[in-house]
Design a protein around this ligand. Structure first.
Ligand code: GLN
Length: 497
């Protein structure tokens, strides 16, 4: 009897599993991340076993750190590990006997078997995929967090002026001097932290690059990185790419911190913790007390805090933003990441930044330089104008988002979603267990049949989240009203399906 161990790397692995069925099935062991559980079980139970009755046993292993298990350095004997793309030749068989072989499939399988890559260990972004599906089905996109309304006119003018004034060539790799100086002033005022523009500020291509460059600058393969869960989707792949071993620490149902759980997540292998406040997807705003508790753990265990504060200006009900880097003892062990994307409604400009003490910044800048050379030069100039906007701009932003938050919240509640008003950021993280579908099934159903795109909750968890769905309210009031109207009709198709 043959033993085949199949490593299933991707969440949307249905076609791939179909593609790689071995001729002679004996004992088949699927090694897969817990995340793909629902898809894989459905495929196997409904289709696969049925079709291939000669498979005696199927063992599913849901591995939390499965990427480590498939790493070459793992003690499992290498020949037993067969990635879907590594099954070639006599083992390769098509899903339906008689289906003609396509040479491109074979060529792809051959290519991947001889060219394994770190990119095989994570999926494409589900958030961005939902945007593509929204376009395909002409659905209202409440999936990806970006505004469908214009940015402030001052910024548009500043960007046009910068192009006309020929700011068209590379800026200094770590950022235009005018922008770094303006940032230093603003961060001192709003976040209560001092950073020297010459040595402690790096302008990046959005906060996405700032996070990736920070992790690449800090992490040695095998270092543990603590990631509170649920977390913004990017942090998982960021950990994979940088070689970090993620240690997920769950927030309570009310997103509170269980101190004992957090303490036990910090070990002598911990190198960094990734924080995100206000949080995407939950809207949680960490209080000063909670951050002080985390800061003490960082100091005791010599851990660096990498803190994504992209929603720092989007706070409701009088909540205050606190930067962990401003707390005692944290200035030198914190990388504070920010961006112009959300505060000024310019997600496509790709201008963000990383703030850190000189030794950390020196490393971040090297990685940043070789990744991107720099963020768009004219748009950096225009971002200086953003930092000159009066305080009333920020108050207006909050009151606009507060209204939008309430529109979406009441629409979701009416349509039967269980949810709370978020404390910050621009998402509502709902519980959909009442609808009788998994998150991915429900998200697909919503985008195809109801015309509203949302993000499946499992995108924000290493394991779990199948009862959650995230909606953004970063849209015009009219867009939100239309979406709510569609969602209210939800009852019918769900009942009839
Ligand atoms: N942060 C936004 C979200 O969570 C957009 C992410 C992105 O696609 N860069 O939807």
């Amino acid at each position: 009897m043959s033993l085949v161990v199949v490593h299933v790397p991707a969440q949307r692995s249905e076609e791939r599993i179909d593609e790689i069925l071995p001729e002679e099935l004996g004992l088949v062991v699927f090694l897969l991340p817990a995340k793909v559980r629902v898809t894989v079980e459905r495929v196997i139970v409904n289709k696969w076993l049925d079709r291939y009755g000669n498979c005696h046993w199927v063992i599913l292993i849901y591995a939390r750190d499965y990427a480590l298990l498939i790493d070459n350095s793992h003690p499992l004997p290498a020949p037993h590990i067969i990635s879907p793309f590594a099954l070639t030749g006599s083992l390769m068989k098509h899903a339906k006997p008689g289906t003609p072989t396509t040479s491109s499939k074979k060529a792809r399988a051959d290519f991947f078997s001889t060219h394994p890559s770190r990119a095989d260990h994570f999926t494409e972004s589900v958030i961005r995929e939902m945007t593509r599906l929204a376009m395909k089905y002409n659905a209202i996109n409440l999936a990806q967090g970006f505004p469908d309304f214009p940015c402030p006119v001052e910024l548009k003018e500043a960007a046009c002026d910068a192009v006309r004034a020929d700011w068209n060539q590379y800026a200094i790799t770590w950022g235009a001097v005018s922008l770094r100086e303006a940032l230093a002033r603003r961060v001192k005022e709003y976040n209560g932290m001092s950073f020297g523009p010459e040595t402690e500020i790096t302008v990046t291509c959005g906060s996405t690059e700032a996070m990736m460059a920070s992790m690449l600058a800090l992490i040695q393969p095998g270092d543990e990185v603590i990631v509170p869960e649920p977390f913004y989707e990017n942090y998982g792949p960021d950990a994979q790419i940088s070689g970090a071993v993620p240690r997920y620490v769950s927030l309570g149902d009310d997103f509170s911190i269980d101190e004992e759980t957090w303490k036990s997540a910090f070990t002598n292998k911990s190198r960094a913790i990734i924080l995100n406040t206000p949080n995407n997807p939950t809207g949680k705003v960490f209080s000063k007390k909670e951050l002080a508790f985390i800061a003490d753990l960082c100091i005791d265990h010599d851990v660096i805090a990498i803190t994504d504060e992209i929603y720092e200006h989007i706070l409701y009900d009088g909540k205050k933003h606190v930067s962990i880097g401003s707390l005692d003892g944290m200035q030198d062990r914190t990388i504070t990441i920010g961006s112009f994307s959300k505060t000024y409604s310019i997600t496509g400009w790709r201008v963000g930044y990383a703030l850190a003490a000189e030794p950390l910044t020196a490393r971040i800048r090297k990685i940043h330089d070789f990744l991107t050379v720099g963020a768009p030069a004219p748009l950096q100039e225009a971002c200086v104008a953003a930092l000159m906007l009066p305080e009333s701009y920020y108050r207006g932003l909050v009151s606009e988002y507060d209204r939008k938050r309430r529109i979406l919240f009441s629409g979701l509640r009416k349509a039967g979603f269980a949810c709370e008003l978020p404390e910050g950021a621009y998402y509502i993280f709902t519980d959909v267990s009442g609808f009788g579908m998994t998150d991915t099934e429900f998200a697909r159903f919503l985008v195809e049949k109801i015309g509203v795109a949302a993000v499946p909750g499992s995108s924000f968890y290493d394991a779990g989240g199948e009862t959650k769905l995230r909606f953004t309210f970063s849209k015009k009031d009219g867009t939100l009203h239309d979406a709510c109207e569609r969602l209210e009709r939800l009852d019918e198709p769900v009942r009839n399906s």
